[in-house]
Design a protein around this ligand. Structure first.
Ligand code: GLY
Length: 309
């Protein structure tokens, strides 16, 4: 039994970008599924799917990551194998192309789970990761606009009120990416992000935190998206896998954990899930979340309940 699901981040995608976002997630799911069929290796499939999303500048991960308050890109990523509970993650990495590959190196080449900042960069360079600038013109333009407003005192960026901030500036939350893969007995999950726009330098979100942004065990796997400060506090992905452990199906689990977010931290969030029986789930409390999944007999792509046609 083979399954793959990917997301391109919960948020409020403007309608003119819906088609491109859907094309992007479908392409990533197809890339991952192709590797899954050819190699039977869910780690490779998950890595390839996330790399496809990182390389697509419309998503907020890898190339096209959003900028920090001081105009840099600090990226986070993680990956986890459900059968062995091996995991690897990086936080606050700069100037590399594919943070998910570096997270995988942490899992496969070190005794650690999470490397951050300078140390993670030192590790990246010694693993042969070349210097790469992930900042796109579009992201830089947005950053300059926000910076001008900020400096002139016209900014409506009250960082202590994230929910209000996102309501006023939905474009700030434009999409972490993630993937969950099932290959017969094994489930693998991975997530990658540039974080949230105008974040304070050094800020780490949910994505590299195993249990929050990513989790997999032998019962299920999950990848989360949304405001990390909320997802961390409810340990969203591990909570989803705990429900799958006691037999709740992936679809119900996705809805249940988003209900938990809505009744507790009340911040924007989305999740994708697969359980070991092959059920697939996703849910979000935001207007949109590009999702694509593939199983042997079906290809599915989605962005919003509101989509017509
Ligand atoms: N969910 C991505 C972040 O908050 O960094």
């Amino acid at each position: 039994m083979k399954r793959i699901i990917v997301h391109g981040g919960s948020g409020k995608w403007p309608e003119e970008k819906w088609e491109k976002a859907k094309e992007g997630v479908l392409e990533a799911a197809r890339t991952g599924f192709k590797y899954l069929m050819e190699t039977g290796d869910p780690v490779e499939a998950c890595t390839r799917a996330v790399m496809s999303l990182e390389d697509n500048p419309i998503f907020n991960a890898g190339t096209g990551s959003v900028l920090t308050l001081d105009g840099r890109v600090e990226m986070d990523a993680s990956i986890m194998r459900g059968t062995t509970l091996e995991a690897g993650a990086v936080a606050g990495v700069e100037n590399i192309k594919n943070p998910i590959l570096l997270a995988r190196k942490v899992m496969e080449e070190t005794d650690h789970v999470l490397l951050a900042g300078e140390g993670a960069m030192k590790f990246a360079r010694s693993m042969g990761f070349e210097h790469y600038n992930p900042i796109t013109e579009e992201r830089k333009k947005k950053w300059l606009e926000l910076k001008k407003k900020f400096e002139s005192g016209r900014s409506t960026l009250p960082w202590h009120k994230m929910q209000e901030l996102i309501k006023k500036h939905p474009e700030l939350l434009s999409g972490t990416v993630g993937c969950v893969v099932l290959n017969d007995e094994e489930i693998v999950a991975g997530t990658s992000t540039g974080g949230v726009f105008f974040k304070l330098f050094g800020r780490v979100g949910d994505t590299p935190l195993i249990g929050a942004g990513t989790y997999a065990n032998s019962f299920g796997g999950a990848s989360a998206t949304g405001i990390g400060e909320g997802i961390i506090r409810v340990v969203l992905s591990k909570t989803a896998c705990d429900f799958m452990r006691v037999g709740v199906s992936a679809l119900k689990v996705a809805e249940a954990v988003i209900d938990i977010v809505n009744s507790t931290v009340k911040l924007d969030a989305g999740i994708i899930t697969i359980d070991r029986a092959g059920n697939i789930g996703f849910a979000h409390n935001t207007p949109t979340m590009p999702v694509a999944y593939i199983r042997e007999d079906e290809e599915f792509v989605y962005i919003s309940k509101e989509e017509k046609g």
